[in-house]
Design a protein around this ligand. Structure first.
Ligand SMILES: Cc1cc2nc3c(=O)[nH]c(=O)nc-3n(C[C@H](O)[C@H](O)[C@H](O)COP(=O)(O)OP(=O)(O)OC[C@H]3O[C@@H](n4cnc5c(N)ncnc54)[C@H](O)[C@@H]3O)c2cc1C
Length: 404
């Protein structure tokens, strides 16, 4: 063998050594990836947080068990405050990219009979969640985030800061975020007590099947501690109900009855839980935090959760950036959630008052034809969030009693 050939063989052999070890390391650890922030769940809370962190140059991964676009059972009602916040987080008008259906007219019904209707100044938008969620998530990728679809988080080793996926892969994090919805797998790492929830049923009725009018309809007095809704979308209506019904409440028969009543008995429907009046008081433990439904952040009068998913993501992004850049404790996130917690507590007090059967009956008896009743609730409390439920009740009853 010539000296030159011997030299080149040895060179090849030695250059292969590091590759061999690298290969074995990869195999041993089944593709170990490192991220500053790992977000379990790519719904609105996870995608919003991803957008904010990726814009700040943080190495961030969203792992979701679904492939997007994916369905999510939801009325898709986006209030004016939610739209504003979503556009701020996305850095563009994300609603236009989401095929949103704009709606100003809203009507309240009690036990099936019309009570009052009004047209609000700040319109509602009704989105299809498969389109809206996908738009927000793709924007995260455009900003440089890593998206792993079809990756279910199955376990977490908090000792070594690693998450195991159903695919067998392992992801390492400095901060782990539970944005994995109402049935969160991350929540038990932070809070042991189960989160009490309400139950919802919903169907999407094509517009050529039934004519349910072109207005947002909220039906009270049909479901215990909750309401039924009809939200028009571009080609269908989202029809559903949710509430704190007793254990023996027959959801299936009630939903079938509702669909039959609107002339769409053969439309399939699904059920899902929603946080409703209970939230995780301290949604942080060491380097793990929770956002959105995983933290129980939903309005307990209306079931609105999109706004709180986005707002908690915004607050989490501030705490995470301070943690990564200056070593501040993530606990600051808990304090920043105080206004959301205060709102949910006040909504829960209003819920106990407003959904009490006798009180509700008395209110609706007197509210007949009174548009201000619908306006304060729909425009001020629900859409803009510039009044609490207590303030709206006081204003309405004040006007009735004192004629103001
Ligand atoms: C019937 C119904 C109607 C509703 N209507 C409205 C409405 O009109 N307006 C409104 O504002 N709110 C509404 N809500 C509430 C709203 O849907 C939620 O508050 C909102 O979706 C919360 O967003 P999120 O990102 O926290 O969770 P989600 O949107 O639930 O997203 C969680 C994500 O995590 C993923 N995931 C779950 N487990 C894992 C895992 N182990 N590993 C990886 N990924 C995982 C899921 O695939 C999902 O993509 C409604 C809820 C229901 C049930």
């Amino acid at each position: 063998m010539s000296l030159a050939l011997q030299k080149s063989l040895l060179e090849n052999l030695f250059s292969a050594v590091p590759r061999f070890f690298a290969y074995n390391f990869e195999m041993e650890n089944k593709s170990l990836f490192d991220f500053d922030v790992l977000i379990a769940g790519g719904g609105p809370s996870g995608a919003a947080l991803g957008n904010l962190l990726a814009s700040s140059g943080i190495s961030c991964c969203v792992a979701d068990k679904a492939f997007f676009p994916r369905e999510k059972l939801c009325g898709g009602l986006v209030t004016a405050k939610t739209r504003k916040l979503a556009c701020e987080i996305a850095g563009k008008d994300i609603l236009s990219a989401s095929d949103a259906y704009e709606m100003r007219d809203i009507a309240f019904f009690y036990e099936g009979a019309p009570v009052a209707a009004t047209s609000v100044d700040s319109p509602f938008n009704i989105v299809e969640r498969r389109i809206f969620d996908n738009a927000l998530l793709r924007l995260f990728v455009e900003k440089g985030g890593t998206l792993l679809e079809g990756r279910e988080v199955v376990s977490v080793d908090t000792g070594v800061n690693c998450v195991k996926l159903k695919t067998g892969e392992t992801l390492r994090y400095r901060v782990l975020v539970g944005a994995d919805g109402v049935y969160s797998k991350i929540r038990p790492l932070v809070e042991q007590h189960p989160l009490p929830t309400a139950f919802c049923c919903e169907a999407f009725v094509p517009k050529d099947t039934a004519n349910l009018g072109d207005c947002i309809a909220m039906h009270f007095g049909l479901v215990p501690y909750g309401y039924a809704w009809v939200f028009p979308r571009s080609d269908s209506y989202a029809v559903g109900f949710g509430g704190l019904a007793p254990k023996d409440f027959d959801y299936k028969t009630t939903m079938a009855y509702l669909l039959e009543a609107i002339g769409a008995p053969s439309i399939p429907f699904k059920g899902m839980h929603v946080p409703y009046g209970h939230f995780v008081r301290k949604p942080v433990k060491r380097n793990i935090l929770l956002v959105g439904d995983a933290a129980g952040l939903v309005d307990s009068m209306t079931g609105e959760g999109l706004y709180y998913a986005l707002l908690s993501a915004k607050k989490a992004s501030v705490a995470i950036l301070n943690f990564l850049h200056s070593g501040e404790k993530l606990d600051a996130y808990v304090a920043s959630l105080a206004p959301i917690h205060a709102h949910i507590k006040s909504a829960t007090r209003a819920q106990r008052f407003f959904y009490n059967r006798q009180i509700q009956k008395a209110i609706f008896k007197r509210a007949h034809g009174r548009t201000n009743f619908v306006r304060y609730a729909a425009e001020n409390v629900i859409s803009n969030g510039d009044m609490t439920w207590g303030e709206a009740f006081l204003k309405y009853f004040g006007e009735k009693i004192f004629g103001r």
